[in-house]
Design a protein around this ligand. Structure first.
Ligand SMILES: Cc1cc2nc3c(=O)[nH]c(=O)nc-3n(C[C@H](O)[C@H](O)[C@H](O)COP(=O)(O)OP(=O)(O)OC[C@H]3O[C@@H](n4cnc5c(N)ncnc54)[C@H](O)[C@@H]3O)c2cc1C
Length: 462
């Protein structure tokens, strides 16, 4: 093994240059983990070579070397994944696309031409600098375009603006054998053959390495408002959320959380949660190109929620205040991360979100625990943190997670609406998706990656 590694190392260095191939223990450490909760994250392998290609051609050459020696390859974007997808679980190569971060904004066509290593933060910034915007906002701005597409990421705005899949016009992909596949382009419509790009979107890096994408941009919304709507009862909050969506309004984001979880986040940030009334909250963000339209929507939404028993709405149009509210909501994850055994992103059909949450409350009561739950109520995607409760064994924590999954499934939902399968959810795949799904995926994998070297132990069950 050591001799093979020495040869692989030498070949990699000759392709990308010595300075972009890393093996020192300290330097590779940050490539061994992602943001998966400590309780469930897979242990990384020790013998890892990190390679940082600068071009698509380099990526292709790296894959050819890996095939020659049949060495596993793990693709890494921003390492913000929550299911161990980027963790190198076998000795092999980690390809980090961080150097491939060129971006060009085509204003006339409203398209971003981006390399896979561009971060979400950079895409947002560059689009806005050109008077445009990239509408989706999957939580962590350190995520890269390659990772976001590979995971078909969603985020709080998905309720109005859709998920990554809705923005990909074209892709460049390096196949596991080192061939380069170019798909689509800058046109909005393209029916020239079956749209293979969609096979790579959401494939979690097992079918190919995304090196470049054409992403659709939109004109900026000039006016936005954030409404925090308090309720005394959880049931009313959920009823109101359904009424909002049924009223024909589609907020940019429609989030749910309770006082305990939001105040935990505010405390963590050293700020105060400004809404004094109510125990349960909906947070609606509205954004429109015209101010009058925004006002009409705010008024309409307020009327709808009042009919469902909402207390006084906290409304702000000030940019700094809106940012602060969003920051408190976004940091819920980080504020309880160190106590978290696993973070679930169960998703259920819109009509049963309230039933789902009631069932979760029963699980809380049964075990005498707190299950922080919050999230994108506008698309049924509820994040649940299973914490490391004192005296609870790993088996018991897994049992609790599985009870939550069972409730979601029994209501016609899924165990993941955003984060994917990666490494940690593989054990549920066969049961939940069925033998035919597994076999079909295996056939595709075998055709594209006969040596099974790309993310070999991810997504598909053992
Ligand atoms: C605080 C926080 C908030 C988050 N909020 C959201 C949210 O709202 N919505 C949401 O959907 N997710 C969310 N996530 C999860 C995460 O940001 C997404 O899954 C994101 O898509 C991961 O991108 P990444 O670049 O960090 O990928 P990584 O973590 O580096 O990799 C994830 C997977 O993609 C593969 N991959 C990476 N790059 C490529 C490539 N170029 N080609 C092929 N495969 C590749 C990897 O092999 C791995 O399997 C959040 C995470 C955190 C930490």
């Amino acid at each position: 093994m050591v001799r093979i590694f020495e040869q692989v190392l030498a070949d990699l260095q000759s392709v990308v240059g010595e300075e972009w191939v890393i093996t020192e223990e300290k330097a590779i450490e940050r490539y061994l983990y992602d943001e998966t909760a400590y309780g469930v994250r897979p242990p990384p392998a020790k013998d890892i070579i990190v390679v940082k290609p600068g071009t698509t051609k380099d990526v292709a050459e790296v894959m050819k070397i890996a095939n020659r020696f049949k060495v596993p390859v793990y693709v890494r974007g921003g390492g913000t994944g929550l299911v161990g997808g980027a963790v190198p679980t076998m000795p092999g190569i980690v390809i980090s696309l961080e150097r491939m971060d060129r971006i060009a904004i085509d204003v006339d066509n409203m398209v971003a031409d981006v390399e896979a290593g561009v971060t979400l933060g950079k895409l947002i910034e560059e689009s806005e600098r050109h008077g445009l915007m990239f509408p989706p906002h999957p939580g962590d701005e350190g995520a890269t375009i390659g990772g976001l597409i590979a995971c078909n990421a969603g985020g709080s705005r998905a309720v109005k603006t859709g998920v990554m899949r809705n923005y990909v016009l074209g892709l460049e992909v390096v196949l596991p054998n080192g061939e380069v596949l170019k798909l689509g382009g800058k046109t909005i419509k393209n029916n020239m053959g079956y749209n293979l790009a969609h096979m790579f979107i959401g494939s979690e890096g097992i079918f190919g390495i995304i090196t470049k994408a054409y992403l659709r941009l939109y004109p900026k919304w000039s006016y936005s408002a954030t409404m925090v709507i308090p309720f005394e009862s959880r049931v009313s909050a959920f009823k109101a959320s359904k009424k909002i969506l049924a009223s024909g309004l589609t907020p940019l984001a429609l989030e749910y959380f309770d006082r305990r979880v939001i105040e935990t986040s505010a405390r963590y940030l050293g700020v105060e949660w400004p809404v004094k009334e109510g125990e349960y909250f909906l947070m609606a963000i509205l954004a429109e190109p015209l101010e009058d339209v925004l006002y009409i929507e705010v008024e309409h939404l307020d009327k709808v929620v009042r009919e469902e028993g909402a207390l006084e709405t906290f409304l702000t149009q000030r940019g700094d205040e809106q940012k602060q509210l969003l920051k408190i909501r976004s940091e819920i994850f980080t504020s309880i991360k160190s106590e978290t055994f696993d973070i679930l992103d169960t998703t259920v059909p819109l009509g049963v979100v309230d039933t789902f949450v009631e069932e979760l409350v029963s699980i809380e009561r049964k075990y005498g625990i707190w299950l922080p739950l919050y999230g994108h109520v506008g698309d049924g995607n509820i994040h649940v943190h299973v914490l490391k409760y004192e005296g609870f064994s790993r088996e018991l924590l897994e049992k609790i997670s599985e009870e939550i999954y069972s409730v979601a499934i029994s209501l016609g939902g899924t165990i993941t609406g955003e984060h994917g399968i990666g490494y940690v959810r593989r054990k549920y795949v066969r049961n939940l998706l069925g033998d035919v799904w597994v076999e079909t995926m295996r056939i595709l994998k075998r055709v594209l990656d006969p040596n099974n070297i790309l993310n070999p132990d991810k997504v598909l069950p053992d």
